[in-house]
Design a protein around this ligand. Structure first.
Ligand code: PLP
Length: 509
């Protein structure tokens, strides 16, 4: 186990803690209401009743009719179904989707797929606060537009868009309006009628509900085609036996939304306290979420902040070591170590993007937790007693890599190793193996951890620090960074003399 002084969860845009009442409802459903809604006896009818009362609760929370809700496995599925369905039903002459460049990947990647099939996708730029540029949007939407697809609240910065205004523009041009409302629900009022959207997506695990259940809203009267075929469930629009316990949990989470909304003012204050505290420690920090007079265009819980001169992955490792969960503003654990497209769209450079952290709070966040987070951040930003060393890929040269005192541990996943070669003389293992058997490592050596993109290795290094290891370092940017900065060494030595890490070998090393 990690030696955590405290647990502070500030990654609520990734997922949320399940509410105790949701847990209770789900457990009861699993125990007492396990009939298949498609069967034909009392237990099945109980399941149908639960399904339909849950549909009502979800519909009520977003101001829709129950029959406008399709239960899906997650919001990613909802987004895919809605986009594909919309283009399949698009009238002749309308083959354009207008979208923002800051959509969630479940929209962004689906759009790329549709593009390959002939759909034209026009991206409307956003300003430095992440809001779509109105004049640009007006010039992009026309009589060839089938759909305008713009998310309500962004997952990385929390920026809100003027969805009713955008929907009006879409409708004036005869197009339909879709909005990914996943991050807005529970943080600001969401009413599909007031937003004037035709399609919308939702996910239970962002509102203190279970993972593996989402919903698609389709306005009454609009045609929609299934994404998953093979059953009559969900009025023939989504095949597969209904996940009744998840649906019941989703409904309960929706019933509790009023609690989250009631806490929005307090959450906003805590978020602002965090930002002000960070600016006091590091005046050069850049706040990426709308703030000040533009603060109304942000959901209450999200703060994206760039820390010039600091590596986000390292910061995450340090915060994790101290029991604080946050995430990076960049998807730099991918093989290509790519910075976040959302932050890029806001005008951040690749480097700034890799220096960005996202803090996302919830109704369970306390002022004590924010004070503790600021205390730990101060230690980090003032570089007090750094227990782990960051090695820039430029430093990983021959003299470093072939130094007998350096013990290189490669914690990449098996699939990542197929994409990129690792450092020479690496001992290959996994984080989970190290968690159970840290003593496979020699305590007298300088241990250098490497992962694929530089996000996991700091966490592993800090974990080992908590286990009492002393000389620990990690390669910033991981194998991707090493290849980028040391292409000659990568070609010459990449993947050479590697071996699996097992206890006996480590002892001999
Ligand atoms: N849309 C947004 C804005 C999100 O933040 C997420 C999840 O991070 C999704 C869609 C996908 O949700 P799910 O995890 O239910 O697929």
């Amino acid at each position: 186990m990690f030696i955590f002084r405290r647990k502070v969860y500030l990654d609520n845009n990734a997922t949320t803690k399940i509410a105790p009442d949701v847990c209770r409802v789900m457990e009861k459903t699993l125990r007492t209401c396990y009939g298949n809604p498609s069967s034909n006896y009392r237990d099945a009818r109980d399941a149908v009743m639960l399904l339909e009362s849950s549909r009502k609760a979800v519909a009520h929370s977003i101001g829709s009719l129950p029959e406008e809700i399709i239960f899906t496995s997650c919001a990613s599925e909802s987004n895919n179904q809605l986009l594909f369905s919309c283009m399949e039903n698009a009238p002749p002459g309308r083959n354009v989707i207008v979208a923002s460049p800051i959509e969630h990947p479940s929209v962004g990647k689906a759009l790329e797929f549709l593009q390959k099939q002939g759909t034209v996708v026009r991206y409307c730029p956003v300003d430095s606060q992440g809001r779509v540029v109105w004049d640009a949007l007006v010039s992009l939407v026309d009589a060839t537009t089938a759909l305008v697809c713009i998310m309500y609240a962004n997952n990385e910065t929390g920026v809100l868009q003027d969805i009713p205004g955008i929907a009006r523009l879409a409708h004036q041009n005869g197009a339909l309006m879709m909005s990914d409302c996943v991050q807005a629900l529970g943080k600001t009022a969401v009413n599909v009628r007031e937003l004037d959207v035709d399609f919308a997506s939702f996910s239970a695990h962002k509102i203190h509900g279970p993972k593996g259940i989402g919903a698609a809203f389709v306005r009454s009267g609009l045609p929609v085609v299934p994404f998953i075929h093979g059953g009559h469930q969900e009025n023939g629009l989504r095949a597969g036996t209904e996940s009744t316990h998840n649906i019941a949990g989703f409904a309960e989470a929706c019933r509790l939304i009023s609690h989250s909304l009631a806490a929005a003012g307090r959450i906003t204050r805590l978020r602002n306290e965090l930002a002000a505290g960070i600016l006091k420690i590091l005046p050069s920090a850049r706040i990426n979420s709308p703030f000040g007079t533009a603060g109304q265009w942000s959901i209450c819980n999200t703060q994206s902040i760039t820390f010039p001169g600091f590596d986000a992955a390292e910061a995450i490792g340090f915060l994790d070591y101290n029991g604080i969960c946050v995430s990076a503003g960049s998807a730099c654990n991918t093989a290509a170590n790519e910075p976040s497209p959302v932050l890029k769209a806001l005008g951040l450079s690749d480097e700034e993007s890799r220096q960005t952290l996202r803090f996302s709070l919830s109704e369970y966040t306390t002022s004590g937790q924010i004070a503790y987070t600021l205390h730990i951040l101060r230690n980090y930003l003032e570089r007090r007693a750094m227990p782990v060393t960051l090695v820039h890929p430029n430093q990983a040269d021959e003299s470093f890599l072939f130094n007998e005192k350096v013990f290189i541990v490669d914690v990449r996943f098996w699939y990542d190793r197929k994409i990129l070669k690792g450092l020479p003389r690496s001992y290959e293992t996994s984080f989970s193996e190290l968690r159970t058997h840290p003593d496979m490592l020699p305590r007298h050596k300088n241990i250098l951890i490497i992962c694929q993109g530089g996000t996991i290795s700091p966490v592993v290094a800090y974990f080992l620090r908590a286990k009492g290891f002393k000389n620990l370092s990690f390669v910033a940017g991981g194998a991707a960074g090493w290849k980028l900065f040391q292409p000659d060494l990568y070609n010459k030595y990449g993947g050479s003399d590697k071996q699996p890490l097992i206890k006996q070998r480590a002892e001999r090393a």
